[in-house]
Design a protein around this ligand. Structure first.
Ligand SMILES: Nc1ncnc2c1ncn2[C@@H]1O[C@H](COP(=O)(O)OP(=O)(O)O)[C@@H](O)[C@H]1O
Ligand SMILES: [Mg+2]
Length: 401
């Protein structure tokens, strides 16, 4: 491999660092665009140049990316997360670099563009109404209760809520009057899954299904992810394959990482949303542990047009999960069981970002969770045992406000 290849990573923070580490292992010349918010902690040893993206509207990433690519055109570009997808795809398009395609990037950034694209591509999805305001969707909602109201471009379940009855309709109209355009959808009831895949020129090279647990309505905050999921009936398996391929085709996905979410009800799988970026919640770590490869390095290779050096295995070699401990709102008075949990053979790490004295707010979006535990076990049943052990062992006491 030529070690002179030049990679630009857009967005690093904490969770994007493994891209830089993979690039270093590959001997690449690396530059990165980093947010001013995490600028001080940027890993200077992992990139030769950092470009600073000011905090503010997403378009500011484009300013920094354009600066980087006009200074020197890279051989490949990896966009890390949602705010980086458009700026990255613009540069990829302009420089003819491997990427999801501008079409896929634009659609993935807007839930209304997703629904309106998938409607005629045969991708199973909820009935929806795109409304200029929540109030405009009143009659539609009343006829289809329960429904879900969601903003077009946020993430992490922010602003996504279930409306169960007529009183809830009036309440959400009053509370979200100033919001402008919203998407209102039929509420799909059933277990939730996600699909993560490596795609090259529209072809699926690797795929993983993740089973999820979320909080009870009205908010849908993700609480755990179990990778390497298999459906036991062939019909669901076939329908999931059709849904995922349908999405790839509909968005015109070319190359990179895709992450999409679906629920399964009596119709089969029904699409929630799709993204062309790194999945959150440390899923790449859990997927890598499950299939025994470095997902970050595979993504870097795809974006440089390098061979994958042997495809990741199709069968799991371990059974990984991430779990997010949650507590009632209030002030944390103590946390016990961290070391005991870490000592468990199935636990890879326990990372808590809150401690005694910190305030815990009601759980309405992912950002309010207090940390995560990464698990990798030798069998699905050991994974359940490990999850149970950690759930019982890691104790957070809270004084209610
Ligand atoms: N139409 C729906 N029916 C049932 N649950 C939904 C629906 N839309 C969203 N949800 C739930 O809300 C979560 C967040 O919604 P999503 O569209 O994925 O937005 P975000 O970008 O915030 O992740 C989903 O993962 C799912 O659990
Ligand atoms: Mg989502």
């Amino acid at each position: 491999m030529k070690d002179s290849k030049d990679l630009l990573v857009v967005g690093v923070g904490t969770m994007g660092r493994p891209y830089l580490q993979a690039a270093a292992r590959l001997g690449l010349r690396v530059r990165a665009v980093e947010s001013a918010a995490t600028w001080e902690g940027r890993p200077r040893d992992l990139a030769e140049t950092f470009y600073r993206a000011a905090v503010g509207p997403e378009e500011l990433w484009n300013l920094a990316v354009t600066r980087a690519v006009t200074e020197r055109a890279p051989d490949g570009l990896v966009s890390f997360a949602e705010p980086h997808v458009l700026a990255g795809a613009l540069a990829q398009e302009r420089l003819s670099l491997p990427g999801p395609s501008l079409h896929a990037a634009v659609i993935s950034r807007n839930k209304a563009l997703q629904r309106t694209t998938f409607a005629d591509h045969g991708v199973p999805q909820p009935e929806f109404r795109l409304a200029a305001s929540v109030a405009d969707a009143r009659a539609w909602m009343l006829q289809r209760l329960p429904v879900v109201v969601k903003p077009l471009t946020l993430a992490g379940s922010e602003g996504v809520e279930l409306v169960a009855d007529a009183a809830g309709v009036e309440d959400v109209i009053a509370r979200r009057a100033g919001e402008g355009t919203v998407l209102v959808e039929e509420a799909v009831m059933g277990p939730e899954f996600s699909w993560e895949a490596l795609i090259r020129d529209g072809e699926v090279l690797f795929e993983n299904i993740t089973a999820k647990e979320t909080t009870q309505p009205p908010y849908f905050v993700e609480l755990s992810h179990r990778c390497g999921h298999r459906f036991d009936d062939p019909l669901t398996t076939a329908r999931v394959a059709a849904l995922t391929r349908g999405v790839i085709e509909a968005i015109g996905m070319r190359t990179g990482l895709v992450h999409l979410e679906f629920k399964v009800d009596e119709r089969g799988p029904v699409l929630m949303e799709t993204a062309v970026r790194t999945p959150g919640d440390y899923l790449p770590d859990a997927i890598g542990l499950t299939f025994g490869f470095d997902l970050y390095e595979a993504v870097v290779r795809l974006h440089l047009g390098l061979p994958l050096d042997g495809l990741p295995p199709a069968e799991p070699v371990a059974w990984a999960a991430t779990w997010f401990p949650t507590v009632r709102p209030g002030t944390i008075t103590g946390i016990t069981g961290v070391e005991e949990s870490e000592a468990h053979p199935g636990v890879v790490r326990v990372r808590l970002r809150k401690g005694p004295g910190d305030t815990v707010r009601p759980l309405t979006s992912s950002s309010q969770r207090m940390g995560h535990v990464l698990i990798a076990a030798e069998s699905p049943s050991e994974r359940e045992d490990t999850l149970k052990f950690v759930r019982e062992t890691l104790r957070v006491s809270v004084e209610q406000a």
